[in-house]
Design a protein around this ligand. Structure first.
Ligand SMILES: *Cc1c(COP(=O)(O)O)cnc(C)c1O
Length: 398
C-alpha cells in the first residue's frame, strides 16, 4: 500500500524545496513595474545578496538559470582566443568548460575524475607552465553537484598568488551558496556565479554574477561584450529596468525578498552549521549502509564532501529501484545520477543523489534516511544495519 500521500519531500539537488513563505510572497497580482517601491525593494536586495556571498564587490542579476550565469560571467571576461583553465571534479566543471568554448575560448582542462577535489599542486604546475601568462581565467566549481565533491577555493587563490599569475579566479557556487561556507572576498574569488533555485530556495530563473574590481577592470578591457550579458549597467543601474536589461522578473523578486529575510533571520553562519550537521547525519547513515552490500557514498573523505548534495551508488538496477520506491511508496524524491561514465552501468541506473540544500531540517533529513532504510529493506537490497541510529547519534552529538 503506497504511503506517499501528504506533503512530498523533494530531495533533489536543485531545484530545491521552496519555503511556504517564498511561495506566499510570490502570490501577488502583477505590479506596476514603474512603482518606486519595486526599485526600493531591489536596491535593498543587492547588499543582502552580497552579504550571503560575503563580498563587498559588485553584483549583476539575470533572468536565467545557472547555465546563463556561466555564460554571463564568461561574456564579461573572456574574449574569443583567450585561454581558460578548468580543473574539473565532475559534470558541471565540464559544462562550464563547454560554455567557455562557446564564447570562443581555448579551454585547457585538468581532469580530476569525480571523487577528489581540485588539487592545488596540479593547478600550480599548469600555471607555472604558462610562461607567457596567457591563461586569463581559472574556472573552478566549488561543489560539483554531479559528484558532490567540494573543493577548497582559498587554496586555489593561494596558488595563483604564489605563482604570481594574473588569471581571474572564477567560481561556480550554484550548488553551494547558502549551504556550504563560502567567503568570496576572504577566499580571493574574483568572480562568483550562482542561481536562485538551490540554496536560495527560490524557483529557477534568476542568475547572479558577483565580481570584484579586478574583474571589472578585465571587463573594461574587453573588445566587446554582448549587450544582454554585459554586467555594467546591471551592477549600477540608473533605472529599475536596467537591473534586468528589460522587464524585471517581479515574482521571482518577491520570492527572493522572502528568502533573503529567512536567511537573514537565521544567520548565514547558522545556515552553514545546519547544513553541515544534517549532512553529517546522512553520511553517518551512508557509512552504516555501506558496511554490507552495494551501497557506497561517492566521496571517501568527509572533508571533501558537499554539505548540500551527496552522490551515492547502489549498482544497476538498484539505484533506480530505490528511487522509484522512495517516490512512489513514501513520497520522497531523490535525484538521478549525473555525469557518471560507468561501462558496467551505461544507463547510470545504479547512481543517485540526495539533495539537502536550502529549506532542509532535522525531520526532513531523518525522514529521508528512514525512508531509504525502508526502501532497502522492502527491496531486499543487502545493507549494513544501524543507519538510523548512526544518523540520530550524528544529529545529537555535542
Ligand atoms: C545546478 C548547477 C548548475 C546548472 O544550473 P542550471 O540552473 O541547471 O542551469 C551548474 N553548476 C552547478 C554546480 C550546479 O549545481
Amino acid at each position: 500500500m503506497p504511503l506517499s500521500n501528504g506533503r512530498p519531500h523533494m530531495a533533489l539537488p536543485g531545484p530545491s524545496m521552496m519555503p511556504d513563505r517564498v511561495l506566499q510572497a510570490m502570490h501577488q497580482p502583477a505590479p506596476d513595474i514603474y512603482d518606486p517601491e519595486l526599485h526600493r525593494m531591489m536596491a535593498g536586495m543587492v547588499p543582502d545578496l552580497c552579504a550571503v556571498a560575503r563580498t563587498r564587490g559588485h553584483m549583476a542579476m539575470y533572468i536565467c538559470n545557472g547555465h546563463g550565469a556561466w555564460e554571463a560571467a564568461l561574456s564579461n571576461t573572456v574574449a574569443p582566443g583567450d585561454t581558460v583553465l578548468v580543473p574539473t571534479t565532475g559534470r558541471f566543471g565540464h559544462g562550464w568548460a563547454e560554455m567557455a568554448q562557446g564564447v570562443g575560448a581555448n579551454v585547457e582542462i585538468i581532469e580530476h575524475g569525480r571523487k577528489v577535489p581540485i588539487d592545488p599542486q596540479r593547478l600550480r604546475t599548469a600555471l607555472e607552465a604558462d610562461k607567457g601568462q596567457k591563461i586569463k581565467a581559472v574556472l573552478a566549481v566549488h561543489v560539483d553537484t554531479s559528484s558532490s565533491v567540494r573543493s577548497d577555493i582559498a587554496s586555489l587563490r593561494g596558488v595563483l598568488d604564489e605563482v604570481g599569475h594574473p588569471a581571474l579566479l572564477m567560481v561556480d557556487c550554484i550548488a553551494s551558496l547558502g549551504c556550504d561556507r563560502f567567503e568570496m572576498d576572504a577566499w580571493g574569488a574574483d568572480v562568483m556565479v550562482t542561481g536562485s533555485q538551490k540554496g536560495l530556495m527560490v524557483p529557477p530563473g534568476l542568475g547572479f554574477v558577483f565580481f570584484n574590481d579586478r574583474a571589472a577592470d578585465v571587463r573594461r578591457a574587453m573588445p566587446r561584450v554582448t549587450r544582454y550579458w554585459d554586467w555594467t549597467a546591471r551592477a549600477e543601474p540608473e533605472m529599475f529596468y536596467q537591473y534586468f536589461g528589460g522587464t524585471a522578473p517581479t515574482h521571482h523578486l518577491y520570492g527572493l525578498r522572502a528568502a533573503l529575510d529567512m536567511i537573514h533571520e537565521e544567520g548565514i553562519e547558522n545556515i552553514w552549521a545546519r547544513h553541515a550537521r544534517l549532512a553529517q547525519a546522512l553520511w553517518a547513515a551512508g557509512e552504516a549502509w555501506a558496511a554490507e552490500g552495494p551501497f557506497r557514498l561517492n566521496v571517501a573523505e568527509r572533508a571533501h564532501r558537499s554539505h548540500a548534495v551527496t552522490a551515492a551508488q547502489l549498482g544497476a538496477p538498484h539505484g533506480d529501484r530505490l528511487r522509484a520506491w522512495c517516490r512512489d511508496e513514501a513520497g520522497v524524491t531523490l535525484g538521478i545520477g549525473l555525469g557518471v561514465e560507468d561501462p558496467e552501468d551505461p544507463t547510470s541506473s545504479g547512481y543517485f543523489r540526495f539533495g539537502h540544500m536550502g529549506h532542509v531540517n532535522a525531520h526532513g533529513m531523518l525522514g529521508m534516511i528512514g525512508v531509504v532504510e525502508a526502501a532497502l529493506t522492502a527491496l531486499d537490497i543487502p545493507h549494513g544495519g544501524g543507519a538510523v541510529d548512526a544518523a540520530v547519534a550524528a544529529l545529537t552529538a555535542a
